[in-house]
Design a protein around this ligand. Structure first.
Ligand SMILES: Nc1ncnc2c1ncn2[C@@H]1O[C@H](COP(=O)(O)OP(=O)(O)OP(=O)(O)O)[C@@H](O)[C@H]1O
Ligand SMILES: [Mg+2]
Length: 380
């Protein structure tokens, strides 16, 4: 009897096998054991949409909980994150001390509601700092700690991010309380840290790229869940399926899911034929949910660059792309970089680039040309 479809092609859902991220998770584990001096005690995951950042935050929290740590999990795309983190910290304090033993100021302020007498209500960052200091002290006494994860940093309110950073800098770095941090962001957040946010906290977080899975990890991410559910996949089928994913985590789940679904209920072997028919649906979905929205946000010049690449059947030489576009190589290099950040291009060998998604080549070739994409002299 075959089990049910094990794949999880939904953003934020844990994959059946978390492939290729063991090293990063080991480092985080080591950091929690070592303490605040470990460079990865505070860390940020960078990656394009669907690369697997949210599931990495969840996995980092699992690592923390397995150590007996508490966690606070926050999504910064909704405003009010400072207040929410504070409330979560206070809930943890209550759980640790019991409501009778409320000895900490921030807890009293919270439980008394808005009654601050004539005094102005405490500043949100100030009360977060108090709550985290109190919680951190309690946990330090018990030789354990707290991990805070913050997803979607790029969409956060900039003011809140700055406030959060300065609280963390104080409470965890300067005063060395056991409060670890893992954040997740789309690649442009790195530029934001470099150019706009000079605060020490984000700057000193270690950075991990949540990139494409290599071929071996991709094969494992596809084959292990199939085998665990009582089916097998033949070698040729596995090759075709893993090639089609380009190691992109979301696509691994899509290809796995629709390939599994394409094999008739009674069949215990997944073959090349099932992969071919599963791929059609996986390609449609990745096009609609990833390629099309990304393409819409690209400038006409970015699109011209991608069209020039899609003319090749495999990797492209940057110098050749520059020639096709009639621009110099350094100019082409700027667009290459932008497209890497957008998740459409990956660097391969020196001076070469490839499309990040296997499905993108055919999809781009089929895209009707927008007149704005024509070189300036031709569109006049
Ligand atoms: N290491 C992995 N191995 C296999 N599948 C993975 C892995 N990491 C993530 N996935 C799968 O990839 C998909 C996307 O993961 P996730 O939602 O974490 O991406 P994300 O980077 O947070 O995307 P977004 O930027 O849109 O929020 C999910 O279906 C998830 O199950
Ligand atoms: Mg996410």
């Amino acid at each position: 009897m075959n089990g049910s479809n094990p794949f999880a092609p939904t953003f934020g859902s844990a994959p059946p096998v978390m492939a290729g991220r063991g090293d990063i998770l080991d480092t985080i584990h080591e950091a929690l054991i070592t303490g605040t001096t470990h460079p990865d005690y505070t860390t940020i995951f960078f990656g394009v949409r669907g690369a697997g950042k949210t599931v990495m935050l969840n996995a980092a929290e699992d690592v923390a909980r397995e150590q007996g740590w508490l966690t606070i999990s926050e999504d910064a795309s909704r405003s009010g994150m400072i207040a929410r983190i504070e409330r979560a910290a206070i809930r943890h304090i209550h759980a640790l001390t019991g409501p009778q033993k409320r000895r900490v100021r921030s807890v009293q302020a919270f439980s008394l509601g808005a009654d601050f007498g004539d005094a102005p209500p405490p500043d949100a960052a100030e009360s977060l700092r108090e709550a985290l200091s109190d919680l951190g002290d309690l946990l330090a006494n018990e030789a354990t700690g707290l991990m805070i994860t913050v997803d979607e940093l790029l969409s956060a309110d900039r003011h809140e991010i700055r406030e959060f950073g300065s609280v963390m800098q104080h409470v965890c770095r300067r005063e060395q309380r056991p409060i670890a941090f893992a954040g997740a962001a789309l690649p442009p957040f790195e530029e934001y840290i470099e150019t706009e946010d000079r605060s020490a906290f984000l700057h000193r977080c270690s950075r991990h790229d949540i990139g494409q899975l290599n071929r071996a990890d991709t094969r494992l991410a596809l084959s292990a869940p199939i085998e665990e559910q009582g089916r097998a996949i033949d070698d040729q089928a596995l090759d075709a399926a893993s090639l089609a994913t380009s190691g992109y985590a979301f696509m691994v789940q899509l290809v796995g899911f629709y390939t599994w679904a394409a094999a008739p209920a009674g069949s215990s072997l997944i073959t090349r034929e099932h992969v071919e028919s599963g791929l059609a649906e996986a390609n449609r979905r990745v096009s609609r949910h990833v390629l099309a929205p990304t393409w819409r946000d690209l400038s006409p010049i970015d699109r011209r660059f991608l069209r020039a690449m899609a003319a090749d059947d495999g990797e492209s030489r940057l110098a050749e792309i520059a020639q096709r576009l009639d621009v110099d190589v350094s100019y082409a290099g700027v667009y290459r970089q932008r497209l890497i950040r957008a998740g459409m291009v990956v660097p391969t060998a020196r001076g070469r680039v490839d499309l990040a998604h296997h499905a993108a080549r055919a999809w781009i070739r089929d895209m009707p040309l927008d007149p704005r994409e024509l070189p300036p002299k031709m569109s006049d």
